[in-house]
Design a protein around this ligand. Sequence first.
Ligand code: 4NP
Length: 151
Amino acid sequence: MIRILMVCLGNICRSPLAEGILKSKLPENSFIVDSAGTANYHMGSSPDVRSISIAKKNGLNISNLKGRQFTVSDFDTFDLIYTMDASNFQNVIKLARNADDIAKVNYILNEVYPNQNYDVPDPYYGGNEGFENIYTMLDEACNKIAEKLIK
Ligand code: 4NP
């Protein structure tokens, strides 16, 4: 079993979408995909309606996911931890206990643009086009991740 965690700030916009997209590309008998936020603002909340809607438009149902905060124990539970932006990356790295923890963490877009540390922009305060944009970015990144992991 390979376990993958998607991390953003609130766990209601970017990371639940990334979770839903990657899940749809991997066989569920050998992969676990989850998501979390570095902040505790939206614990127990459903994804943002705009993320639910763009997912639905692409044939994915993420409406049953619930927000939770990233914890140190996630370093033990997960093999790969993908952060959406530099701020999430730094917040996760701050909690790392050792080099093994650090080695699990990467920017999700580095799967498409290696070593560039590009951000998946926070769409929370923008309009629907921001959600279209992040969907495209995350879909491309998840294609790369699935390709790599299924090999
Ligand atoms: P996310 O977006 O990190 O992609 O889930 C955000 C959601 C909520 C907030 C910020 C970003 N907020 O400030 O409440």
